[in-house]
Design a protein around this ligand. Structure first.
Ligand SMILES: *Cc1c(COP(=O)(O)O)cnc(C)c1O
Length: 407
């Protein structure tokens, strides 16, 4: 029964046109069911999903342990506010702390909210010393609420919504000299994605994050990693920063945190976290038992199934696949960046026709920054579906005629 919608895709689209604000560009398809790396639409058509849940479904659609935990929790207790203790929240905080840098957790419901918490905490921590500046990176993405948006150094997202929140300074990603001029005694914190997601899967140059750590230590600023997209095992370690031998003072995670159940978290070093006293920050739904049970089941699945190791296997397979395509189409493919199941491929043209053609052939992928193909596949993508998706991608890329070459 759950396989089919009550309405056709066309009827649902018509209803959206009348009642849902059109702030999203949507494909003209209504998805009704998912399992692992497959989804089905209202007409029963099956798609291979190399971008499940926009990065949220890191262990595929409807992972069994998560489904079970959520179903059980829903029958027991749906919601209790943070004026009470609840077991799942404490257990989830412990699990995240043990797998990161030993800090404490504040739970919320999204990436933007987690970054709002981080920005507020950094300012509260620096307040006695008059530190208000937050330094962030070009091509970064931190969310759409005003604080997170002001932290997002991409002018296209600011247009029409100015003025931004004051106190943010933007510098180029990967440029230590620029960081050294920007980070000073007025700096409360530096917020950066260890691997930029929306910016195009940008991997920092060697020594860069270590350099930032050093600059922060010297100036007394907090180093804050936005792991909303790259965290939770996507890169083959629990958190992407663990590849680079540095630890942050604050970290934010959302998207895959609870396998697609809305959840976000800010982790902070204990002595920094202490600054937050009752009344200073809150979230009604933050850390609710459903999200926390889903998060615990996500961690359990990743560990039971050896999925961190699987990230490395898929990294190699995707790298090899795209390298093979580049050998045949060096005119089309200009760069390949893969870390675990984060894949960015620079094209010499607009990527949207490629995304559209893949969708026509029943493969779901994404494009970012106009000309970059982005894949955020599931850690448990099977060999069969890897082959099926890649053969579609291969024929689409090899046959693509560029009509709008970019320089
Ligand atoms: C998606 C994303 C956000 C925003 O998360 P929302 O849940 O949409 O608010 C923040 N930071 C990064 C790195 C992201 O990829």
């Amino acid at each position: 029964m759950s396989q089919v919608a009550l309405l056709s895709s066309a009827e649902i689209i018509d209803q959206f046109d009348r009642y849902v604000i059109s702030n999203y560009r949507r494909y003209p398809v209504c998805l009704v069911r998912g399992e692992g790396s497959l989804v089905w639409d209202a007409e029963g058509r099956r798609y291979v999903d190399f971008f499940p849940g926009w990065g949220c479904n890191l262990i595929g659609h409807c992972p069994p342990l998560v489904v079970e935990a959520v179903a059980e929790q829903v029958k027991t207790l749906i919601h209790v506010p943070n004026t009470w203790y609840m077991e799942a929240q404490g257990r989830f905080a412990e699990a995240l702390s043990e797998r990161s840098f030993g800090g404490k957790a504040f739970f919320c419901n999204s990436g933007a909210e987690a970054n709002e918490a981080a920005i507020k905490l950094a300012r509260a921590y620096g307040y006695p010393e008059g530190r208000t500046k937050i330094v962030t990176m070009h091509h970064g993405f931190h969310g759409r609420t005003y604080g997170a948006l002001s932290a997002t150094a991409q002018p296209k997202y600011h247009v029409g919504f100015e003025p931004m929140v004051p106190g943010f300074e933007y510098i180029p990603f990967g440029d230590l000299e620029a960081a050294s001029s920007a980070i000073d005694l007025t700096t409360a914190g530096v917020l950066i994605e260890p691997i930029q997601g929306e910016g195009g899967i940008n991997i920092p140059p060697d020594g860069y994050l270590e350099g930032l750590r050093k600059l922060c230590d010297e100036s007394g600023a907090l180093l804050m990693f936005d792991e909303v997209q790259c965290g939770m095992g996507r890169t083959g370690k629990w958190f992407a920063y663990q590849h680079f031998g540095v630890e942050p003072d604050i970290m934010t995670v959302a998207k895959a945190l609870a396998s697609g159940v809305a959840a976000g978290v800010m982790m902070a070093r204990s002595d920094v976290a202490e600054i937050l006293k009752p009344g200073m920050h809150a979230s009604t739904y933050g850390g609710n038992p459903i999200a926390c049970r889903a998060g615990l089941a996500t961690i359990e699945t990743i560990e039971n199934d050896g999925l961190l190791e699987q990230a490395k296997v898929l990294e190699e397979k995707f790298h090899e696949f795209f390298t093979g395509i580049r050998d045949q189409r060096p005119d089309l493919i200009q760069g390949i960046r893969v870390r675990g199941v984060m894949v960015g491929v620079d094209l010499a043209c607009d990527a949207s026709p490629i995304v559209a053609e893949c969708m026509k052939q029943k493969l779901l992928i994404n494009a970012t920054q106009g000309h970059i193909i982005r894949l955020l596949p599931a850690l448990n993508l099977s060999d069969e579906l890897f082959e099926e998706g890649c053969s579609i991608l291969k024929s689409v890329l090899l046959n693509h005629v560029m009509d709008r070459p970019q320089s």
